[in-house]
Design a protein around this ligand. Structure first.
Ligand SMILES: [Zn+2]
Length: 396
């Protein structure tokens, strides 16, 4: 909550021409108008709708019900060509263990130069706390959530849903905007990744409005099977990459992933716990992968998003990093410029225990406050504004 003094400073710091204001030569800025159609309460309501289906774990009835629910929402928004990608999923015989850090351990006590780099290639700094996936149902104290998440996953047929805003002049070229709808950990997967799923759905809603026109196309995809190893996005790349440029698949211009959008409370404290409030310095972390084949183009795309955030996001800034990893944009990164947006850097921060609810029974809708939800909304404003510029969006 801002104090009146801070509000006064914010007013004094406003630029002479705010983005939403009309320009006398070109008329109102359509991007500002589109961003204004995003709303904190709507974003929260979509996350809440997803959490009614528990953790939405892949290979369960609750996961299939979530795909159906998302599809119904996309149709209700008027999003075009709602479709499903189908694939088979067989779990590996021995699942790979999740990375673990120590409890409140200082990185520099772990051997200085000998420290293993974080996933994605970054360096750990400061204090690290334990991470991992909860697999114990009894760690969920709420009997209602425990019952919702009880059905185990079974191997076999999988589906994931997408829809497309069709461009007017270059329909055969598209940006792909994604989040993953499956979760794990015996909670409600509210942040991981209800927050990214709802963001993508909200963008589908805004762009599908009948008065919005775009030159190029945008595909909105809600991946399944992210938590088992990006299997849903890998299946999409395998099935559709070679179809690009045909009537069945527009050419990919870029892929933007959203995964864990809410929680940026800072570094763990010495005892391994996290501060209870969103830190005032919270930011949206935009990452590309410096080892990708399209690293240079992805870096340029990341800065396009950073500039869109600077101009249009209402509360939180964005920062750019080069260690994108462990997310559904990775299968795309050698074929097209690919970036991810998150609450924190995936490798060096989330991987170091900066999100204590990650894959835990505490990843519940009720865990988060408005300052958390607002970080996700600011990521939505960032992607909406950047994509609107890239596809040439206008309002009739
Ligand atoms: Zn995730």
């Amino acid at each position: 909550m801002r104090t009146p003094f801070v509000v006064l400073l914010a007013v004094l710091a406003m630029p002479a021409v705010a983005p939403a204001q009309a320009d006398s030569t070109t008329g109102p800025d359509p991007i500002a108008q589109l961003v204004a159609r995003l709303d904190l309460e709507r974003y929260k309501a979509t996350i809440k709708g997803l959490t009614r289906l528990g953790d939405r774990r892949q290979g369960t009835d609750r996961n299939r019900a979530a795909v159906d629910w998302i599809e119904a929402q996309l149709k209700s928004y008027g999003c075009s060509n709602v479709a499903r990608l189908k694939y088979e999923y067989q779990p590996p015989s021995s699942p790979s263990p999740e990375g673990r850090g120590g409890q409140g351990v200082r990185t520099d006590e772990r051997g200085g130069q000998g420290v293993r780099p974080a996933a994605g290639g970054g360096r750990y700094r400061g204090i690290r706390a334990q991470t991992g996936v909860n697999t114990d149902s009894l760690k969920q104290p709420d009997a209602r959530v425990r019952a919702l998440d009880a059905q185990p996953s079974t191997p076999g047929a999988r589906e994931e849903v997408y829809c497309t805003k069709i461009g007017t002049t270059h329909a055969g070229e598209m940006y792909i905007v994604g989040g993953h709808m499956d979760g794990i950990g015996w909670g409600e997967a509210a942040n991981d990744d209800g927050s990214g799923t709802a963001l993508v759905m909200e963008l589908a809603r805004v762009f599908s409005s009948t008065d919005v026109r775009t030159d190029r196309s945008i595909r909105f995809i809600l991946w399944n099977n992210e938590e088992t190893g990006l299997n849903g996005s890998r299946a999409y790349v395998e099935q559709r990459r070679a179809l690009q440029g045909t009537k069945d698949e527009p050419k990919w211009l870029g892929m933007i992933q959203h995964d864990m959008m809410l929680f940026d409370h800072g570094m763990p404290r010495a005892d391994g716990t996290l501060p209870p409030e969103q830190r005032p310095e919270a930011d949206v972390n935009i990452e590309f992968q410096s080892s990708a084949k399209f690293a240079a183009e992805a870096e340029q795309l990341a800065w396009t998003f950073e500039r869109a955030n600077e101009k249009y996001a209402t509360d939180y800034p964005a920062s750019v990093g080069s260690h994108m990893t462990n997310t559904d944009s990775a299968p795309f990164q050698d074929y097209v410029p690919a970036i991810s947006l998150r609450e924190n850097e995936r490798g060096t921060q989330i991987g170091a225990g900066w999100d204590p609810n990650w894959h835990q029974p505490t990843d519940l809708y009720a865990t988060y406050g408005d300052n958390d939800f607002r970080l996700g909304l600011n990521a939505a404003q960032t992607t909406l504004a950047a994509i609107a510029g890239l596809v040439g969006a206008t309002i009739r």
